[in-house]
Design a binder for this molecule. Structure first.
Ligand SMILES: Cc1cc2nc3c(=O)[nH]c(=O)nc-3n(C[C@H](O)[C@H](O)[C@H](O)COP(=O)(O)OP(=O)(O)OC[C@H]3O[C@@H](n4cnc5c(N)ncnc54)[C@H](O)[C@@H]3O)c2cc1C
Length: 463
């Protein structure tokens, strides 16, 4: 075992190379840092593989409008973003005459276009109105108040209808309407009776957020470009294939134990930023205060299982103008067209790239199966959404995400963790998507990484 001497300890060791860890490392790049990532690439849950002009996307893909922390990081790295012109609100729905893709850009019109009975139609109108009204107050509450800090705003939003489930907000629904909302919350990924009403509402808020919030974008070439660019710029300060096994506070610093291809080693650091999902962070850090341990233990994640496919069509396809399709009653709950941002700017190139994913219960049902069986089930259902797809797939890649995403559950309480983060004497710091108010995202993770880096930089300057 090699052991670095405390006398040559690093300023900062960052554990985990997802958006939170990458953002923290980038902010602290002028310090003596090392970023440790267990996988053979940076990126965490932002992952894609290049395929000529296309890319196979397996994780996060939609990023917020300009001004967001992650967009600033992309701009610093010279990465190109691309608008997503296609519909993000299409639904593949099974009616009496079979399954069909409905593509209403205004989701309010679905009660009048989906093939539902009169009674179910009325229930969809009722539930839709409940959501619409709640989104309005959610968006009003989301506006920063004068003089409010980011932490205070997060705290306020975490209390916005966080004590009941989304299912309780909607009330009893007939099966056909229940299936629509249930499929939508699996996007988080959560079941309707697991996530808070606020987290459920946040899924729909984007539809009515208005022009001010701007349109979401994709990263040209795939989300994996983010990790590649950070690695390229940080160079040897990134160690891939480095599995951290413990982080032990040690006087005025901490000792990080890890295993790489060369064997086991330790690194001494003045500060450690733990940028892994909460359950991993909890298992790595020794001597956690009981209330912090309890708060980390209350963080709920559900899995995602995704499959990206490359297709070989030689002409226009019915999905060309669509980006996202909700798919009730199938083995996956969402289908995305990752070639959509490339359509419309020049002649349509042959081929394409799609991704589907199963979230929450749908993911739990398949995550233990071999990839080949998952591929078989998902491909069968791709053919139910668009029969043309049965003969077009040339490559399929399955990805299992045990910690798919974080979401707020009724009564979940991160107060102790948030108070801990504000203590200036800390040497072990936490960053990750779970520090959001209601659910995780790349932007929330990046924000946590940036905020934590600023706190660490201030502490390094003080001593
Ligand atoms: C299928 C899917 C689709 C999504 N879509 C979107 C989307 O469109 N838009 C959006 O904003 N968000 C989306 N998300 C959520 C988003 O990806 C996450 O919120 C974000 O990646 C969280 O970043 P993070 O840095 O907190 O954690 P992660 O991205 O999970 O990064 C943590 C890193 O820590 C590493 N690590 C863990 N344990 C160790 C260890 N012991 N030693 C060393 N390294 C370790 C992991 O390998 C990983 O690289 C999606 C997620 C999934 C799975």
């Amino acid at each position: 075992m090699t052991t670095s001497s405390p006398a040559v300890r690093k300023d900062v060791v960052i554990v985990g190379g997802g958006p939170a860890g990458m953002a923290a490392a980038w902010q602290l790049r002028d310090r003596d840092i090392v970023l440790l990532e267990q996988n053979d690439v940076l990126g965490g849950r932002t992952k894609s593989h290049s395929r000529g002009d296309y890319w196979l996307n397996l994780g996060a893909h939609l990023f917020p409008a300009a001004g967001a922390h992650v967009r600033n990081l992309m701009a610093d790295l010279g990465l190109e973003t691309v608008e997503v012109p296609g519909s993000k609100t299409a639904v593949s729905f099974e009616g009496p005459r079979g399954r069909k893709v409905y593509d209403a850009r205004r989701i309010e019109s679905y009660p009048f276009t989906l093939p539902l009975s009169a009674a179910d139609r009325a229930q969809l109108v009722r539930a839709g109105l409940t959501v619409r009204l709640k989104v309005r107050s959610y968006l009003a509450a989301s506006r920063p108040q004068p003089g409010e800090t980011a932490a205070q705003r997060r705290d306020r939003m975490a209390r916005f209808d966080g004590d009941r489930t989304f299912e309780a907000l909607l009330g009893r629904l007939p099966p056909s309407v229940d299936a629509i909302f249930r499929t939508a919350t699996r996007r988080v990924p959560a079941e309707m009776d697991e996530l808070s009403a606020a987290a459920g509402i946040s899924i729909f808020a984007g539809n009515w957020a208005g022009r001010a919030s701007g349109s979401p974008v994709n990263l040209m070439g795939g989300s994996g470009r983010l990790g590649e660019a950070v690695h390229g710029r940080l160079g040897e300060r990134v160690v891939l294939g480095a599995q951290v096994s413990s982080i032990e506070p040690d006087g005025d610093g901490a000792v990080v134990r890890l295993t790489t291809a060369e064997g086991r080693s330790t690194i001494a650091a003045r500060h450690v930023i733990v940028a892994t999902p909460a359950p991993v962070a909890r298992s790595l850090v020794a001597d956690l205060a009981p209330e912090v341990d309890k708060a980390l233990g209350s963080v709920a994640y559900e899995p995602f299982v995704s499959m990206a496919v490359l297709t070989r069509e030689t002409g226009p396809m019915p999905w060309d103008d669509i980006y996202a399709i909700l798919t009730p009653d199938l083995s996956f709950n969402m289908l995305f067209n990752h070639a959509n941002p490339l359509r419309g700017t020049s002649a349509r190139a042959n081929g394409g790239s799609l991704m589907c994913y199963a979230g929450a219960r749908l993911a739990r049902e398949v995550i233990g199966l071999p990839d080949a069986e998952i591929e078989r089930r998902f491909r069968q259902d791709l053919g139910r959404v668009y029969p043309q797809l049965a003969d077009l797939v040339t490559e399929a890649v399955v990805q299992k995400w045990e910690h798919g995403n974080w979401f707020q559950t009724p009564g979940s309480d991160l107060d102790a963790l948030l108070r801990y983060r504000e203590q200036p004497a800390n040497v072990v710091h936490f960053a990750g998507d779970y520090l959001a108010a209601v659910s995780g995202s790349v932007e929330e993770a990046t924000t946590a990484g940036v905020e934590t880096a600023h706190a660490v930089a201030a502490a390094l300057t003080r001593c």
